[in-house]
Every structure is written in C-alpha cells, then in structure tokens.
Design a protein around this ligand. Sequence first.
Ligand SMILES: Cc1cc2nc3c(=O)[nH]c(=O)nc-3n(C[C@H](O)[C@H](O)[C@H](O)COP(=O)(O)OP(=O)(O)OC[C@H]3O[C@@H](n4cnc5c(N)ncnc54)[C@H](O)[C@@H]3O)c2cc1C
Ligand code: FES
Length: 393
Amino acid sequence: MSLTATAPAAPSLARRLFDPMVDPATFDFWAQKLHATWSWSRTLARVVERRVEAQDAVTLVLQPNGHWAGFQPGQHLNVSAEIGGRRITRSYSLTDIPRRDGRIAITVKRVEGGRLSTQLCERTRVGDVLELGKAFGDMTLPASAQGGQSPEGRWLFLAAGSGITPLMALTRQLAAQGMPVDVSLVYWAKTRAEFCFADELRALARQHPRFQVHFVVTHEAARGTDEHEGFIDHALLTRLCDTAGTGTDSTATATATATAWADRQVLACGPGGFVDAARALTAATARSFLAEGFTPTAPADLPGAGEATTVSVSLTRSGRTLSVSSGSSLLEALEAQGLNPPSGCRMGVCHTCVCQRHSGTTLDTLTGERSAEPDMAVRLCVSRACSDLSLDL
Ligand SMILES: Cc1cc2nc3c(=O)[nH]c(=O)nc-3n(C[C@H](O)[C@H](O)[C@H](O)COP(=O)(O)OP(=O)(O)OC[C@H]3O[C@@H](n4cnc5c(N)ncnc54)[C@H](O)[C@@H]3O)c2cc1C
Ligand code: FES
C-alpha cells in the first residue's frame, strides 16, 4: 500500500479530437479484441488478484484502465458484470487506500440468493473484466486528514457484516498516518468465521496503542479477550467504549460517566437495521454521527404509501406501456417486467437510476413525500408510482 492518490485520467488529445466521430460501442468492440480493458470511455478493470477474506467473503484486487479517476478511502463505486446476458450493477466500498500502481480492492460478502455478490464471490477469476462507475460517497476523513495532516478528536467505528469495508479503508488510512487519533472499532458478525481482515485488525491494534478493535459475535459464544457477544445496545456499547481508547485524551474517564461516546465522532456502516440502531443509540449524544446503510430500511410505515394498486407506466423512448404495482419501487417493478434500467446502489445514494418523470405522481420512499410536478427527475430505486405515469425510458 502507498499513500499516492490515483491521478485523474485526463482525456487524451486523440479522444478529444475524435470524440464527435467515434461510436464508443464500435470502438470498444474492436479495441477489446486487442486488450480486454481498452475502451473509448468506460472504466473497465481486470481482476488481478482474488483472495478469500473470510467465510463467504472475497477480496478482488482490480487494475482499472486509464478512465478511472481515483478515490478517497471510505468511498464506494458501482460494479457491473454480465450475468445470464443481463448487466447487473451493485455498489461496493473500496477497502484499500490509494496505491502507487493504481490498483484498487473491493471485498464482497456473498448474500444468499444474491446475483452479483454470488458471481463475484464464487465465479469471478483473475483475468476477468468488470465495469466500474466513479467513486462516490461522503464517509471519508475530513479534508485535513487527506493530505497527511493529523485528523483530530476521538473516533468510534461501528461495523456490521460487510459494513466493515469502508471502515477498513479508513482504518488503513489512519494506520498509514501513524494512527494520530484514538479509534475504537466495534465489529459485529454472526460468527467469528465471518470476520474479514481479523488478523490485520489485531496486528494494527498491537502496533498502534491508540487503535482498539472489538469483535462481537451474535450467533455463537465469545472467546478470547477481544471478542464479545450480543446485538448492538446501550449496555454493550457503553462497556466497549469504557474499555476503549486509552490514548492521550484525558476526557476519556470523565465522559464514561455521561455517555461513553459523548466525545466521539461515530461512523456506522452495515445493513439498514443495524445503522438505524446505531443512529438511535448514539446520534443524539455523540459529537457527530455519520452512517452508511448497505440495505434499505424496510419502509413498513411509509407515510402516504396507501394500499398497493396496479398503475399504468408508459415509457416514452421505447413506446411500451406496462402495468406495475404501486407497492414496490419503480426500479423493481420495471425489472420484474424484464427491463434493465441503469441502477447501482438501489437505495437512493448514487443517482445512477435517475430518470425523467414526464407526468403522474410518485412517492419518494426515503422522505415519504409525493411529487406530481411534470418533467421532474426521480430516482427509480426509491420511488413508487402513486398514479399512472409517463417516464423517459
Ligand atoms: C453504498 C453501498 C456500499 C456497499 N458496499 C459493499 C461492500 O463493500 N461489500 C459488500 O459485500 N456489499 C456491499 N454493499 C451491498 C451490495 O451493493 C449488494 O447489495 C450486495 O452485494 C447484494 O447484491 P446481490 O446482487 O448479490 O443481491 P440481490 O440479487 O440484489 O439481492 C438478493 C437478495 O438479498 C437481499 N440483499 C441485498 N443486499 C443485501 C445485503 N447487503 N445484505 C443482506 N441481504 C441483502 C435482497 O433484498 C434480496 O432479497 C454495499 C451497498 C451499498 C448501498
Ligand atoms: S440506484 Fe443508486 S440512486 Fe437509484
């Protein structure tokens, strides 16, 4: 690992000159006969290493082509692959820090019945090519920490399952800077076999007195001094925070009597339910709180959702008209009818699925707000139809 960020790829002179004359798909077709990742404009990456990280989890090291514009630790990207003749796209966090050789890494946990995670964990091999989107996301260290200056304060990282991935990148970034702050990482998994990066995290904790890691198992008994058991709750978190962060900050003991995390900047990542629990426990009492959910929270009590009905959706570009249920997201409803609109995170973050709604009313499942203004952009993954619709698809 090195600290050099990948330089943004400037468009070559040839590309700028020929851009108006070139059909990118035709160019890519012929270019890829010569080299698997040559492309006019798409970011393609070759898998150069594959290692099993834990039970059902694999790290893929990728060598992107020159269109890759770099990233900050803590960010994620959209990864696409062809599965059964369909292009499937999902978001994955970058787990390494920027390297001099430009290689990047993702760590994928296989989801039971999951299309892309199963493909990446079980069938993807060294030499295979994946398509990448650009890096995005706000779960990064403050700007001061990027340039090698010391970040400040005390940090509490809360990770569950594959939610360890962006927090691993941030831990590696801080370790590369000599661990200039107190960091406590509390990491939940069902069983210890599912902990990714366990050896590296333990080695970092031995090497850096200001870094502590607590592994918490929910489906088996804890063993060893850094293992605990139980779901996230006030008592467990208080106990772990009280034993964590023995660094130089003298406020540690004082705050233990209030909430143990009152002076902490909390970053939480994992399934939607875990992130909601972490938010409910710490957001109001921590110094700051930032979270990233890998799965949407079930919109059970969605205000304004009403009873699911069947509505008619006309697609102006393809000229098709479909009957879809108002009870699922437009993205899911369109996919269920065999369409494959562009998508990525599937939870309203990446904006890959944005599409113009010419007419009709939609419900934003994140905010619970209805909108009927004509010619508005909607995110298909977090929008449901409330009436007949016309979409620019
Ligand atoms: C910003 C962001 C970053 C992410 N980073 C990572 C990462 O670094 N590593 C990683 O392994 N995953 C990560 N994910 C999750 C990832 O994008 C996919 O959701 C996951 O790999 C499942 O995709 P799939 O195609 O295999 O499953 P699908 O075919 O989409 O889904 C199959 C079934 O699994 C359920 N499901 C979908 N996702 C999950 C999940 N994460 N956990 C449990 N059940 C699920 C679905 O509801 C569905 O029932 C991230 C998600 C987001 C939004
Ligand atoms: S797929 Fe990312 S916002 Fe809809």
